[in-house]
Ligand binder design. Structure first.
Ligand SMILES: [Zn+2]
Length: 713
């Protein structure tokens, strides 16, 4: 995952009432505030030793006011618009806002407390309004458009030209080009969309809670571990119920289905999940889904696009829904053929146990888990001593980056941090010059958001003379004092993943902050991170860090082999369920505006059939009525991006394997042609120039193990 604070923050756009509170009055902002002037620390690092919780709000509010003045000055400039007096000034605007916001986003994500939470709630609607104030400023748009029209004759360098096109598209995308009446119509649709999206989230939350599996019969839970049964008893207690409650997770399949050996319990739990938001009553989401799909198509038409997906993909690497659909269609035969083979393996296992039934979705994980255990059972306790955190970081993550890009790392104890767990490293380039600062905040804390992410405290920009200051945040278990932090291989992969984002930020070499580093489209942003994951299991890297923390002995080959093999297990199912969800998303969002309201179940059945993904034992990862990414989040027509980025990272890694693997020459080439370039060029061109061809899906099928013969029973 990646979060980013950049020049133009898009904050949560839900309409929050701005209730008067004690926070709601102007606050003093002066030279005593640590954000008042640029940081004098190395790399302009945030002065966390001087920043108090109470400093953020006045600095951010003063920063917004300052940027609005700067925007006014650009828009009202009596001189005719030029690239310099419009775009360069836009890029220079908002520096106070950006430095305060970047530090604020960092601490609220990783080190929240009630005071910061209050400030965050207070700022949310104001940040959304701040962004609108820029993109709906018609005088500013007139200047942007004027330069856009003459861009070919201005003899701009390539990056400057890209900046002009980027801003123009962003304004147009937000509706700046519309007539006043169309703007009003768009605003109404946006408001309705925002309300429906919010309602969807609220209903789904309640529906998911209500659809938990409840029983008073402990025997129904046979197969679960003692810990899982205790958790179910506790969940019941929390709801003031007798017996046991298995709450639902957001995906179709539920984790407990791996172990529940009563088939009737499996079926009941699965059906609760599958029908969670289609049970009639107040939490049914079907009417919302139908209307949202129609409304988005109408919005796209207003903005001049044939459907919502066309509007949404216009600034993405794939560019059109047709390209995304063609990509997914090509994956379907390999994925479904493997899933079908996996299904017959499972059916054979069912038959060999004389169970006497036909495989259904609720049986899949239960039997797949038996096969997995028999073939690759890995004991985490055996593996973890080979993955001690510091060793993985320095001899794995940093080592791979040094081999590829020539960069080195030295820890700096003199840079202030927001909590003592955070470690800071200066990153030195191959020529000995300072390149970046890297912060690592690895351990779980109660006041830290879940998951793992990367972002910047300072964005790289030559225009502003700024070197990147980036951070990774993870949620690994913190060991007792004096004990080593031992990781699972999943954790190790997460470290490589987040550091891949960090490299994208640290190797950035752009003129303009808006186009720098990780500020790229969604279907590209996970490419550098997922690409970097490959080095975790690359033999020369793996053997460099996978050593026993006590003895220094390398991991036994047989253990390493199990890790490797288990990575391709059950991938027919895994890819098919994601493809089915991604296709549902795309089918809903390519409906033309003239289409009447659709009945979700009938639409879904037809869509899966049409895209050859209607496998009876492999349901979509999310059903339309509980697909929160697309109806409650910002992933409408965007779920394919996960698979698209996977195509790129596997394709790129295949290129490395074909060209000598882990070498400086290969790393430098990727750095100079891709990683340093941010969004300064069309991403499809950038990638094609680096590879010398269009990306191919073959490597993705290979790394998922779908080109090898199916696993036999
Ligand atoms: Zn990521």
């Amino acid at each position: 995952m990646l979060s980013r604070s950049g020049i133009l923050i898009t904050a949560c756009a839900l309409a929050l009432g701005c209730s008067a509170s004690t926070l709601d009055k102007p606050m003093d902002f002066g030279p005593n505030n640590p954000f008042y002037a640029p940081s004098t620390l190395p790399f302009h690092a945030p002065p966390f030793d001087r920043i108090k919780d109470s400093d953020y709000q006045p600095a951010i509010e003063a920063g917004m006011a300052e940027q609005r003045q700067e925007i006014r000055a650009i828009a009202d400039n009596p001189a005719p618009p030029t690239f310099e007096n419009t775009f360069v000034e836009l890029e220079k605007s908002g520096q106070l806002f950006n430095r305060a916001m970047a530090a604020f986003s960092g601490v609220t994500g990783a080190n929240l407390n009630p005071e910061l939470q209050r400030v965050q709630d207070y700022l949310a609607p104001r940040l959304a309004a701040h962004s609108d104030a820029i993109y709906l400023d018609s005088r500013l748009f007139q200047r942007v458009a004027a330069i856009y029209q003459q861009r070919e004759s201005l003899k701009l360098d390539a990056e400057s030209l890209r900046l002009v096109e980027f801003y123009y598209k962003k304004f147009v995308h937000s509706g700046a080009n519309l007539s006043d009446s169309d703007k009003d119509a768009l605003k109404k649709l946006n408001e309705e969309e925002s309300t429906l999206t919010n309602d969807f989230t609220t209903r789904l939350l309640a529906a998911t809670k209500d659809a938990a599996y409840v029983t008073t019969d402990k025997g129904a839970l046979a197969g679960l571990t003692d810990a899982q049964i205790s958790a179910a008893a506790l969940a019941a207690k929390e709801r003031k119920l007798d017996g046991y409650v298995v709450p639902l997770q957001n995906t179709t399949q539920q984790p407990d289905l791996d172990l529940l050996n009563q088939r009737s319990t499996r079926q009941a739990l699965f059906e609760n999940s599958w029908n969670r938001a289609e049970r009639g009553g107040a939490n049914d989401t079907r009417d919302i889904v139908s209307r949202l799909a129609q409304l988005r198509a109408q919005k796209a038409k207003l903005l001049g696009f044939p459907n919502y997906a066309a509007w949404k993909l216009d600034d993405q690497m794939a560019k059109t829904p047709e390209a995304a659909l063609k990509f997914m269609d090509a994956l379907v035969p390999g994925a479904t053929a493997r899933a079908t083979a996996e299904a017959s393996d499972i059916q054979a296992l069912i038959d060999s146990q004389k169970a006497g039934f036909k495989l259904e979705p609720w049986d899949w994980n239960f039997y797949a888990e038996q096969v997995r255990k028999a073939k690759y059972d890995m004991d985490e306790a055996q593996i973890k001593p080979y993955f001690e955190l510091n060793n993985v970081l320095e001899n794995g993550v940093f080592y791979a980056a040094s081999q590829l890009y020539g960069i080195t790392f030295k820890e700096r104890k003199d840079i202030p941090v927001y909590t003592p767990d955070v470690r800071v490293f200066e990153v030195v380039d191959a020529d000995g010059q300072p390149l970046a600062l890297f912060y690592g905040d690895f351990f779980k804390r109660d006041n830290k958001r879940g998951g793992a992410w990367m972002s910047n405290f300072v964005d790289q920009s030559r225009l502003l003379g700024a070197l990147p200051v980036v951070y990774n945040v993870c949620n690994f278990s913190k060991p007792a004092p004096g004990e080593p932090a031992l990781l699972s291989f999943h954790d190790v992969t997460t470290m490589f993943h987040e550091f891949g984002h960090a490299l994208h930020g640290m190797l950035a070499d752009s003129q303009y902050p808006t186009l720098s580093g990780t500020a790229v489209p969604r279907d590209f942003v996970e490419f550098p991170s997922q690409f970097n994951e490959h080095w975790a299991s690359y033999p020369a890297v793996f053997s460099h860090y996978a050593k026993h923390y006590k003895t220094g002995a390398p991991m036994p080959a047989e253990l390493a082999e199990k890790i490797k093999k288990s990575a391709t297990f059950n991938q027919g199912y895994a890819l098919t369920e994601i493809l089915a969800a991604a296709q549902l998303d795309m089918q809903w969002h390519t409906l033309p505006s003239s289409t009447p309201l659709q009945e979700p179940d009938a639409f879904e059945t037809a869509a899966l059939k049409k895209t050859h993904l209607a496998l009876s034992a492999v349901p979509p990862r999310y059903r339309s009525t509980y697909f929160a990414h697309i109806w409650g989040g910002d992933y409408g027509a965007g779920y394919y991006a996960y698979l698209w980025a996977e195509m790129l990272d596997d394709d790129a890694f295949q290129w490395f394997e074909d060209h000598g693997g882990l070498t400086r020459a290969n790393g430098d080439r990727l750095r100079h042609m891709v990683l340093s370039r941010g969004n300064t060029e069309d991403l499809a061109n950038l990638y094609r120039e680096w590879l010398g061809a269009e990306p191919s899906i073959e490597p993705m099928l290979k790394y998922r193990g779908l080109l090898e013969p199916a696993i036999s029973k």
